[in-house]
Ligand binder design. Sequence first.
Ligand code: SF4
Ligand code: SF4
Length: 436
Amino acid sequence: MQKVPTFSKGGVHPGDKKVFSRSQQIERLPLPAELVVSLSQHLGAPAKALKAKGDTVIRGEKIGEASGFISADVHSPVSGTIKEIRKVTLANSVCCDAYIITPDEQQTVEFAEKFDWESQTSASLLSQVKDMGIVGMGGATFPAHVKLSVPKDKSVDALVVNGVECEPYLTADYRIMMEKGEQALLGAMIAAKITDAKRIIIGIEMNKPDCIENLSKIAKENAYPIEIIGLQMKYPQGDEKQLLKATINREIPSGKLPLDVGAVVVNVGTCNAIYEAIVFHKPLFERVISVTGECIANPKNILAPIGTKISDLLAYCGGYSSTPEKLVSGGPMMGFSLFDVDTPMAKGSSGLLALPSKKAARSTACLNCGRCVAACPIGLMPAKLYRNIINGQYEEAMKISLMDCKECGCCSYVCPAHLPLVHTMKTGKKLGRKKK
Ligand code: SF4
Ligand code: SF4
């Protein structure tokens, strides 16, 4: 029997907990009374504001312009009036300017299938991906036009699509693969045309057999040149490094990118956004978010405008069924704890989780058990890094590859002493960068 592929080094098996929202079809959120649209929803420099207080905007209009090579345009999710521009703090603790927009009655701008992509050049497709403000929707929010721009001295032969969704609870990508599968496949083909990749491979974990079946059927019926690969369930398989190893058996050396091994990795939600950008001329101003967890009354997968407040998402799901211990933006392994229900969702918001209390686990001293080393998918020594960082030995930590840490949380997940390992890695990386 053929072995189901996965990556080789480290990784963990958290329960998938997708049962809460998995069967919930995507629902469109009724328009909120107010939206908070930030100018920093992507990795890189914040966008430059193009509008002022009192201006009117229409749905899909550009309201923020990319302000550097790594940056992305921002578009209004609604037609309405800009009530004010003020500083807000996002889920990832970034503080930036945001438009407060009051929607009006004129939500008449619609986006429909009307443009052909096959007759367009790669350069034209790439420039539209930039103009529509597309960023990586798996959470990384790297501007898609930068990722798809292949430098002259490099070439790409494989476009690998991340359909893994390995974080527990999240089901937004699952629903996209079930309900918008054809769009996602065509979006992958557009991305392959832009990068000149000859192969398209989609990796999907085996806890989503219906997605594998659905996408395989669509690809077969339409003779799309796409390979769909079922992968073992293992976290963090959605990371580019682990996904390339699992799907095409390529290793990205330390400090290098997928491009250095002839590959580009794109999330399946991003493929769907690329399709809508090119074929509908629709900017990225709304996305599917899973609102789920043990404490949500009616878990759902919601198509919501960017800038929707967490409180509006919670209200649409009937609020809490029991008091949560914590609210998380994103998945439980790599997401951010939320402290304010007025925080707005952004382009990278894949999930909103309301999680119950766990029995308090008190930190003890390191037991030298080595579990963190076995779990680290990068092959680092988390216990040693932890010791270096808490003792202020940043240079020592850098020497043993602290900067290669992906902040995946596998070490914290397995540590029987409950040491705050990933939190310490994040702090150590920040302080280490400053000391450089
Ligand atoms: S958080 Fe960093 S050190 Fe910990 S397992 Fe992940 S990559 Fe390794
Ligand atoms: S898993 Fe925790 S207790 Fe075990 S070696 Fe690593 S840091 Fe120490």
